[in-house]
Design a protein around this ligand. Structure first.
Ligand code: SAM
Ligand code: SF4
Length: 360
């Protein structure tokens, strides 16, 4: 028998936060009686969860948006929505550029969007997410750091932490359903709690979650070096369920570039932090993010990034060529490193990292 329930399709590009938002949106729609559809053409609700952190991601979203024009013509009754970091405050401009999209909502306006979705009238489906063993749990949204190259603070707003008790309750519920591993998410996950009464920190949250029955592993992403405290390092070293893994983006290995990126730490401070983590957490796996070709980055400055990579020996390096983002402070600087040079620097980092990983 064919299932005539209404269906949804979510297309996602970008970071873990976007993937987690999409998973939550899917679970909410399933709670309203919708079933997942394998393609936009078969769905009643189509949501694009976008990323504009780099031009390459934005291009993918634009191409997907353009492909939905045919769907608009063939299925005028389908609801097409756009969310994620492409949605800024200027809805009129988005409506003008993409008239075939019915609804635009910022990631932080998830629930107002859902309030416009008609419940299907059918019983909720058994969510596929309930069967998962690993789950992402966002604990802090937004970003207050305003690194000069980054669009995220303009699109995701100020940092907002979820209450500690609320996160613990959610993880308890997940563990009771068979989830064994949770990854706590935030653009700056280690600044968790500074905006809450009593200012609980990530170390306190990890400590509370370490006691959740049935849960085996806890991870967290992404840490800003400036917010990584000794308390947090101790928590990673001592709490048995917390995985010995820290993603600690350094972005650039030169103080002048770091200052112009607005990163708020120096190379010496970063190296010292890595040493303290390695000492307190034996066998720790460190990963990082790096940008090559920031405006004005000389060959010499780039080689300082290479030195840190050689020295710290990360298990994973997410490397990207600098991409100017309109509206950010760095976009006012001349994008002076030629594309060919950015590609060359990318390749050097990738080749070096492949060698390090092979050795590890
Ligand atoms: N909050 C984290 C941090 O402080 O590093 C990372 C979040 S950011 C959305 C993810 C990564 O995208 C960054 O670490 C950076 O390497 C990269 N990124 C952000 N803006 C970029 C840009 N304009 N060009 C190239 N890479 C960029
Ligand atoms: Fe972007 Fe910097 Fe915030 Fe990370 S800390 S999300 S790179 S502004």
């Amino acid at each position: 028998m064919t299932d005539h329930r209404p269906s949804y399709h979510i297309w996602t590009v970008g970071c873990q936060m976007n993937k987690a938002d999409s998973a939550r949106l899917g679970a909410e729609l399933e709670g309203r009686g919708y079933i997942p559809a394998p393609s936009p053409e078969e769905a009643d609700i189509v949501v694009l969860n976008s990323c504009v952190v780099r031009q390459s991601a934005e291009n993918r979203v634009l191409s997907k948006l353009s492909s939905l024009k045919a769907l608009r013509r063939s299925r005028p009754q389908a609801l097409i929505a756009l969310t994620g970091c492409m949605v800024d405050g200027n809805l009129a401009e988005l409506e003008r550029r993409f008239p075939h999209v019915d609804s635009f909502f910022r990631p932080q306006d998830f629930y107002p969007f859902l309030s416009h979705v008609q419940p299907s009238g059918e019983a909720p489906v058994v969510s596929t997410t309930e069967l998962k063993v690993c789950e992402f749990v966002p604990i802090i949204s937004g970003c207050d750091k305003y690194c000069t190259y980054c669009i995220v603070p303009y699109r995701r707003g100020r940092e907002r932490s979820r209450r500690l008790e609320e996160v613990v309750c959610e993880v308890e519920r997940l563990a009771a359903r068979g989830v064994r591993e949770v990854t706590l998410l935030g653009q700056n996950v280690d600044s968790y709690g500074h905006d809450l009464p009593g200012r609980p920190d990530l170390a306190a949250l990890l400590d509370a979650l370490n006691g959740v029955a049935g849960l085996a592993r806890i991870r967290f992403l992404t840490s800003h070096p400036k917010d990584m405290t000794d308390r947090l390092i101790q928590a990673v070293g001592t709490l048995d369920k917390v995985c010995e893994h820290v993603n600690l983006p350094f972005q650039a290995g030169d103080d002048d570039i770091l200052r112009r990126m607005g990163r708020r730490y120096t190379v010496v401070q970063y190296r010292d932090l890595v040493a303290r983590i390695r000492e307190a957490v034996p066998g720790v796996c460190l990963s990082t993010d790096v940008i090559v070709g920031f405006p004005g980055e000389t060959e010499e400055q780039f080689l300082r990034t290479v030195s840190i990579l050689e020295e710290a020996r990360f298990v994973t390096v997410h490397v990207a060529a600098y991409s100017p983002r309109p509206g950010t402070a760095a976009a006012r600087l001349s994008d002076s490193v030629p594309t060919s040079e950015k590609k060359y620097r990318l390749q050097i980092v990738e080749t070096l990292q492949e060698g390090i990983v092979a050795e590890i």
